[in-house]
Design a protein around this ligand. Sequence first.
Ligand code: ADP
Ligand code: ADP
Length: 223
Amino acid sequence: TAVIEFDAVGRTYPGPPPVAALHPADLVVESGQYVAVVGPSGSGKSTFLNLVGLLDVPSTGHYRLDGIDAGELSENHRAALRGRRIGFVFQAFHLLPHRTALENVMLGMLYQGVPRAERQDRALAALTEVRLAHRLLALPSQMSGGERQRVAVARALVNEPSLLLCDEPTGNLDTVTAEAVLELFHGLHARGMTLVMVTHNDDVAERADRIVTIRDGRLEERR
Ligand code: ADP
Ligand code: ADP
């Protein structure tokens, strides 16, 4: 089944002058696929990420996430869908500095009446999945860059999203640490997670099942 369906999705910023940041494009990402998105600075990667992540809506065409047309939702419904279906991982980890790993992951959870004990259990499960069960009470300042990014991944996973959307997730890490984080993504992929990863790094992109390039707002499948 398709997680992402772009049906002639385009985005023009109205300006003036108007900027055609993403020319109308079709793209289908099936459940369980690992897709890398590469392209130079200013080519439209952020525009693409914002659309896929439901932070923005197409100016033309239709985007369906899990079969739901994003363009037909109110802003509140779009935000709710984003919270339930999409986990975000960024280059800068965006952890709260005075909260422990466990608290940071719990803060990523949609509460909606879930009792605290169950929230803790789910955060613990997510931290175990990223192999940080021994670091629950560590603060971000007490963790390495790789550990921080794994906490951020756990936070992204805690709502059991359909899609993990990553923006340069290894951009702030040295090569050895980046390698460990990429292996973590591989493990998630092997267990069926759908991954879309924007990266400048061709070596990182080569690990994915599919590579999509964006150049001057034109999206093309490279592999
Ligand atoms: P990155 O390539 O690091 O993701 P950004 O996506 O932040 O960088 O910015 C890419 C380009 O888009 C930059 O040239 C920036 O000036 C431009 N840009 C970003 N936001 C806006 C905006 N609101 N209005 C006009 N240009 C923007
Ligand atoms: P990338 O992430 O690959 O750097 P962007 O998607 O940020 O590229 O930008 C694509 C193009 O759209 C650039 O020409 C950029 O200047 C322009 N752009 C991005 N955001 C805005 C905005 N909010 N308003 C106007 N132009 C924008």
